[in-house]
Design a protein around this ligand. Structure first.
Ligand code: GLN
Length: 548
């Protein structure tokens, strides 16, 4: 079968859920028996988001092959339950870097290198490469930003050309827009949508489907109006009112008939009838009144919840599985240093310290780890959170506050966390960490092995520093167990405390592999310990699915 393409562009404003819409559409198609993959085209000039502050960009989502990507790829993986690869996130930076290096090599000798055709050809090559390297039926492509952004233009031009390159019958353009609500008159406005569609048409793309997002119900008259002004069929105007339940989006799009319309446009027949029973159960479960458990997330980007997107989702997945409602308290680690926000921390029955870089707020996180160890509060440390748990324990074991990571104190006499040997010579910051999937062997009889129920796992990494093996014997002698190590035993991947109900840290990021219907075993085990402390029974029927 010819590969089919569905393109998603955004209109009016960003952050209206274009990524979630693309992810949910991917799920609708997968439910009909198609193999799908999703690619995000990001118009910024960074080669990848790995070097960007989470304040700028939110979380960096890491793939199996170590690609550092946009957080929308997390939505795609979670909604569709797929594993994506490096080709799935293209940036302007990558495109230009490639074209310029070809120019330096002399590949275009004699030519003047221009946005059209050189840049647009490189964009199309990267789109084509994805279909060539994966046997998929349908490729979904999301363009970051909104139509009208200067930097997005080469991408839109490439998409325009693709329609004639690969045929009208093989391509559909979906435009996701926003209908603002005017409080004074109590109505939703379609004018910005009309304008953004006009803008899109002016560059030669006529959308086939309009997903109209709004915070209010969208009535039939508005759909008529959008259909008429934007020249799309009425049934291709998909009203999408904001839902507080993220995982309801595929069900809402299903109800709106979007998949059937897309398949018809692409000349495809569904290969099987979608089975939404487990998603419906999931959404019912979200709606059900459940006992509340409070978990504190101690980080330094807590004002921006997107910075910890996958961690929050993984906690939610585990909570759903255990039949409890997660109340996540966002605690700023620098506040703890100033003797503030401690009540927030104390009211929680579990502490999560997620990943991070740089020294700001480090001591506050170490204080949170100390509190969790001393008060026997369940603690889950993710990457940096594991390193800080080790530092805190070493300070106690060595009876010295000087134990540290060389990331924060280069001259510490006790560098319990240190730069990995292969990281010492590296000077480039981008894409040079220990990235992606690595195997981890689990020690029988530990909390980690009990949670995973297997001997070996593979998890995604993103770090430069590691536990310094010179301190392993000392830490072990005081009650720290290294329950997960690399197959050659050179790298500690999981540390846990034996004299504690649940104090465990992972050098990797388990949050990236959690799925709504298949929560990550370490998150489930952590939350189980949290529930136990809170006195909540967790004999709930799980909503677990096999990997597909
Ligand atoms: N900054 C630490 C390191 O580089 C932890 C990284 C992280 O949490 N992702 O090792």
């Amino acid at each position: 079968m010819t590969t089919k393409y569905i393109f998603f562009t955004g209109g009016v404003v960003s952050s209206v859920g274009k990524g979630v819409t693309a992810a949910a559409v991917g799920r609708l198609l997968k439910e009909r028996g198609f193999n799908v993959i999703v690619q995000k085209l990001d118009p910024y000039i960074n080669v990848d988001p790995g070097t960007m502050s989470p304040y700028q960009h939110g979380e960096v989502f890491v793939l199996d092959d170590g690609a550092e990507t946009d957080l929308d790829l997390g939505h795609y993986e979670r909604f569709i339950d797929i594993r994506l690869n490096r080709l799935c996130n293209v940036t302007t930076g990558q495109v230009y870097a490639e074209v310029i290096s070809k120019e330096r090599r002399g590949d275009y000798l004699g030519g003047t290198i221009q946005v059209i055709p050189h840049i647009t050809n490189e964009i199309k090559r990267r789109i084509g490469a994805l279909a060539k390297n994966t046997s998929v039926d349908i490729v979904l492509i999301e363009v970051g930003g909104t139509v009208g952004d200067i930097e997005g233009q080469p991408f839109l031009e490439a998409l325009r050309q693709l329609r004639s390159d690969i045929g009208r019958e093989n391509t559909v353009y979906v435009h996701v827009t926003w209908l603002p609500y005017i409080g004074a008159t109590g109505e939703l406005k379609t004018k910005p949508t009309q304008h953004s569609v006009r803008e899109l048409r002016s560059i030669g793309i006529s959308p086939d489907v309009i997903v109209a997002r709004s915070d209010m119900p969208i009535d039939d008259g508005l759909r008529d109006k959008i259909a008429q002004f934007c020249d799309v069929e009425k049934r291709a105007v998909i009203p999408m009112e904001t839902t507080p339940i993220l995982y309801e989006v595929p069900l809402l799009l299903e109800k709106a008939g979007v998949a059937d319309y897309l398949l018809q446009r692409l000349g495809l027949q569904a290969r099987r009838t979608p089975n939404w029973s487990s998603w419906e159960r999931l959404v019912e479960e979200v709606r059900r009144d459940k006992p509340v458990v409070k978990v504190a997330l101690v980080g330094k980007y807590v004002e921006l919840h997107d910075a910890y997107m996958s961690v929050r989702e993984a906690l939610k997945h585990a909570a759903l599985h255990l039949g409890v409602e997660l109340d996540l308290a966002w605690v700023h680690s620098t506040e703890l240093e100033k003797d503030r926000s401690w009540d927030e921390l104390r009211q929680a029955d579990g502490v999560v310290v997620p990943g991070g870089f740089g020294s700001r707020g480090i001591e506050g996180k170490i204080m949170a780890a100390r509190y969790a160890r001393q008060e026997k509060v369940p603690y889950l440390g993710l990457c940096l959170g594991m390193q800080l748990m080790v530092i805190e324990f070493a300070r106690y074991a060595l009876n010295s506050d000087e134990a540290n990571s060389t990331e924060f104190d280069r001259t510490t006499p006790y560098p319990v966390i240190d730069l990995m040997a292969e990281q010492r010579q590296i000077s480039d910051m981008g894409g040079t960490m220990r990235l992606g999937l690595y195997p981890c062997c689990l020690k029988p009889g530990t909390i980690a092995a009990g949670a995973y129920q297997v001997e070996q796992v593979e998890e995604r990494h993103r770090h430069r520093f590691e536990l310094n093996n010179d301190f392993r014997i000392l830490l072990e002698s005081r009650g720290m167990r290294f329950s997960g190590v690399s197959p050659d035993d050179k790298l500690v991947e999981i540390a846990e405390l034996s004299e504690h109900p649940f104090m465990l840290g992972t050098q990797f990021h388990p949050e990236f592999l959690s799925r709504p219907n298949r929560p990550h075993p370490l998150f489930t085990a952590f939350l189980q310990a949290v529930c136990q402390r809170a006195g909540i029974a967790t004999d709930h029927k799980p909503v677990i699915e096999e990997a597909s």
